[in-house]
Design a protein around this ligand. Structure first.
Ligand code: FMN
Length: 277
């Protein structure tokens, strides 16, 4: 029996933490931030930065894939092209819980889509949806074993975090497909459309980390005043959604001094255990 469209055991706990912290802070700020560490292959050093958590891939908690958005001109983008391994940490200071999430980060933009391998579900035939011969040779083209299905397979009825959910099962497992190119494209647009007008302007600002000079100062000022002669959607070409495909979770309840490890095994089932803090 194949399982799909199920929340990993840590997902409802994580969602409760996100919501609990937002409530405890009266939604000020109205978003959740986290730190994402990448590996900078060029320097050999880890790189870490603060990002805004943008929810779940395809707006579906059962994807088990967290997303953030970024600009393809930023250094993390180049780092993820060379090495997709990441660790994300969320510290929910008011409710005193910490999540450390390890996995791989897959880029969704006008050049890349995640190469989802459903062969563990569909049998031995690989169901890769990417023709890697058409792509540049970067690590992002490596397939990832995941139970992520096309949203067309997914029952869209909303799931309650606390509700004991019934896993979806399927006996005829040969018709399952990963998200299609069109669905990835729609997901990119959905996230772009969710951005505020101000956020959209950042994607047409001067190249991040380029030297500040008079020309750049003037351009930034024009963009801020909305007189740079460009439309909001001009920044879309630099817009990137990144999906975090998590395979290991270290959850620490500082308030109760309890620690739990969740690990995705070779059969893509989650194993969970309590460990000493
Ligand atoms: C509160 C806060 C939220 C941020 N959110 C994002 C974000 O969602 N995406 C992003 O690319 N950068 C975000 N940044 C900026 C990053 O921390 C970082 O400075 C920038 O992305 C450049 O990182 P890089 O050079 O490692 O690519 C945020 C910074 C702060 C302080």
């Amino acid at each position: 029996m194949v399982q799909y469209n199920y929340q990993a055991p840590w997902v409802p706990i994580f969602n409760n933490c996100v919501n609990g912290e937002l409530t405890a802070t009266d939604h000020k700020p109205p978003f959740t931030t986290f730190q994402l560490a990448t590996i900078d292959k060029k320097s050999g050093y880890p790189k870490n930065r603060t990002l805004i958590y943008r929810g779940w891939l395809f707006n579906n908690k059962s994807s088990n894939v967290l997303i953030f958005t970024t600009d393809k001109r930023m250094e993390k983008y180049q780092e993820l092209l060379l090495d997709d391994k990441i660790e994300a940490v969320f510290w929910f200071s008011h409710i005193r819980k910490q999540f450390r999430l390890r996995g791989v980060a897959k880029i969704i933009d006008n050049e890349h889509i995640p190469n989802i391998d459903l062969s563990h579900i569909n049998g031995n035939n690989s169901t890769n949806n990417n023709d890697s011969s058409n792509k540049d040779s970067n690590i992002q083209n490596n397939s990832i074993q995941s139970s992520l299905l096309s949203p067309s397979h997914v029952d869209q009825k909303p799931q309650e975090d606390n509700q004991e959910q019934e896993d979806s099962h399927i006996d005829n497992v040969h018709n399952l497909i990963p998200p299609t190119n069109k669905e990835w494209e729609e997901e990119l647009k959905r996230n772009w459309n969710d951005l505020s007008k101000t956020m959209k302007t950042s994607f047409r600002k001067p190249y991040p980390k380029s030297e500040m000079n008079d020309d750049n100062l003037k351009l930034i000022s024009k963009i801020q005043r909305g007189v740079d002669g460009k439309k909001d959607d001009d920044g879309f070409k630099n817009f990137v959604v990144v999906g975090l495909f998590i395979n290991y979770v270290d959850y620490f309840e500082q308030d109760k001094d309890k620690r739990f490890i969740y690990e995705l095994n070779d059969e893509l089932h989650w194993e969970e255990k309590e460990v000493c803090p």
